[in-house]
Design a protein. Structure first.
Lengths: 164, 413
């Protein structure tokens, strides 16, 4: 394989069709009326900003989640995938997924959510599309921004989540 | 250092060869560096001057009787003389060495403005400024109760001069204005603006961070009271900067930082401050960096700032022309008088995605808000991609940029 082809592959691995699809047409985009949990995510490096809204039922299930804001393809796609993934899950499981995703993208963990079983595991398989950022250290924060916002929303943290 | 040992400076094609960092591949493609407005690269002459100083001459300045301290002091103060000559200040006492433009502006805010500001006073800036020429003024306004006025810009990124002039009233304590906009490349007509400010008795600070690398600067001809700039944007090491200030103003200003080197005599009862410009230079300075700045000035003067300005004007026009031919492009910043910089948007591709795709083709550009968020707000966008040139760039660099942008459109197609 030529050097040029490898370079091209990396870029295509980063901008996979699923990522581009979610970036062009983000799911659950907009403000959520009656949200019980919200958080801002800010990447001070680039100025990307998003707001994440959750409606958590009394039994601790995330009944609905939406987001709004502006950002690059990676951060918007990641936020869109997040809302698809966590809607319908108990908040404890959403927290486990947060850890799993951030560990996988920032460190050494190999299989996302190996501790998670069953249908949720399957649901998480789409998140593997974010793996392309692991080859682009400067872009990892774009992918993790929404997830940090999720964590701080569930934590009831009043301060905006940042990637720093 | 004499100009004599400089090589390869007499032909445009050779200018680039003096920059070792540009002779490499990035992501398996020859590097195209189009981010000089963020930080410019250093020629071998600068790198060697710094290295030779470290190897042979290093000691602390202004305080030793030994040979190395003399050599270090001579080299450091020699650089100050070169800077004085480079901007045509009337005296070396008017050249305060700082860590960069940011510190130079903060020095003026805290030492010149703060003691003389109160409620009812105003600081006048423009909508074009980058954060280093906004936040220091906000701080001093908070501290004193003064008010910050912002002169507007038009859709091309040019100052609305009529409005700027109408804001020049008697209670404006200072006008702080960029010479060249870092985000848009707009060259402000600072000489004319300074003349108008003088009619109202308003002192003027010019933020010259993006001016000095691209054009010949004569502070006496401009008539400004302060001129601030950074070494690293003019091919010198980071952590070096200059504040030119009129001697009469510096004389009346209290010190900005306290410490060694800025004193004549210290007791616990009182301290007598050192003479100009040392009153403003507390602590051991960035000696090697300043020596590098002196070497950068030698390099620029060997080529000639007028030749650099001419060459860059053509290259800038070529860049604007080639970019404007691309489908899907929107140029941000289209002032009639511009230097060095072109900001743009491509389709609806976010600038970070564009930056990554270009980097993978060996091309370095800046993406985001360029530390000038209000400028982005003016255009209703979160950020831009920005290509910025220096005299070591050429038409091939622009062609590579255009090819890479075309490829980016395909990735997102």
């Amino acid at each position: 394989m030529s050097v040029h082809a490898i370079e091209k592959d990396n870029i295509q691995d980063l901008y996979r069709e699923l990522i581009l699809d979610h970036a062009r047409a983000p799911r659950h985009f907009g403000r959520l009326e009656g949200a019980t949990h919200t958080a801002q995510g800010i990447n001070p490096l680039c100025g990307d900003k998003l707001a994440l809204y959750l409606h958590v039922d009394d039994d601790g299930t995330i009944a609905a989640s939406t987001f709004e804001g502006s950002g690059c393809a990676i951060s918007v796609a990641s936020a869109s995938l997040l809302t698809e993934t966590v809607t319908g899950l108990p908040i404890e499981q959403a927290e486990v997924i947060f850890r799993s995703v951030t560990d996988r993208l920032t460190a050494t963990a190999s299989t996302p959510g190996s501790e998670i079983e069953g249908p949720v595991r399957q649901r998480m398989s789409k998140l593997l599309a974010l793996d392309g950022v692991r080859e682009f250290p400067s872009r990892v924060k774009c992918a993790t921004l929404a997830w940090h916002a999720l964590h701080s929303a569930l934590d009831g943290d009043a301060k905006p989540a940042t990637t720093e | 250092m004499s100009h004599a040992h400089l090589k390869s400076t007499d032909s445009v094609a050779d200018w680039r060869k003096d920059f070792p960092i540009l002779q490499q591949s990035v992501n398996d493609q020859p590097l195209v560096y189009l981010d000089s407005a963020a930080s410019a690269q250093q020629p071998a002459s600068v790198i060697e001057a710094v290295a030779r100083y470290q190897r042979e001459d290093h000691a602390n300045v202004h305080r030793g009787v030994h040979t190395l301290s003399h050599r270090a002091t001579d080299a450091y103060e020699g650089a100050r003389d070169k800077i004085r000559d480079f901007v045509n200040a009337s005296s070396r006492t008017e050249i305060v060495l700082t860590s960069g433009t940011t510190e130079s502006i903060n020095l003026v805010a805290q030492s010149f403005c703060r003691p003389r500001l109160g409620p009812g006073d105003k600081i006048l800036i423009t909508h074009l400024e980058h954060h280093a020429n906004i936040v220091p003024w906000q701080l001093v306004c908070e501290q004193t109760g003064a008010e910050l006025l912002v002169a507007p810009i038009d859709g091309q990124g040019q100052l609305e001069l009529d409005v700027l002039y109408s804001l020049m009233t008697d209670n404006v304590a200072l006008l702080a204005i960029g010479h060249v906009s870092n985000a848009l490349g707009t060259i402000n007509p600072v000489k004319e603006i300074i003349e108008r400010a003088k009619q109202h008795g308003i002192p003027v600070l010019v933020d010259g961070a993006q001016g000095v690398p691209h054009m010949s600067i004569d502070v006496q001809d401009l008539g400004c009271d302060f001129y601030a700039f950074s070494g690293h944007k003019m091919f010198a090491p980071t952590g070096t900067g200059v504040l030119y200030a009129r001697e009469s103003l510096l004389d009346a200003m209290p010190p900005y930082k306290g410490g060694g080197d800025m004193i004549l005599e210290v007791s616990f009862e009182s301290t007598i401050y050192n003479e100009l410009p040392y009153k403003f230079e507390a602590g051991t300075p960035n000696i090697s960096g300043v020596i590098g700045l002196g070497a950068a000035i030698d390099h620029l003067q060997a080529i000639g700032m007028a030749r650099i300005a001419d060459y860059e004007a053509d290259l800038h026009d070529y860049m604007v022309h080639k970019l404007s031919e691309l489908s899907g492009i929107r140029l941000i910043g289209t002032a009639s008088s511009k230097a060095s910089v072109q900001s743009f948007l491509l389709d609806d591709i976010h600038s970070h995605d564009l930056g990554t795709i270009l980097d993978h083709q060996g091309i370095a550009i800046r993406t985001g808000h360029h530390c000038a968020m209000p400028v982005m707000t003016h255009f209703g966008i979160p950020g831009t991609s920005r290509a910025s040139i220096a005299f070591y760039n050429n038409n091939d660099d622009i062609d590579r940029l255009v090819t890479a942008l075309t490829k980016a459109r395909k990735v997102f197609g």
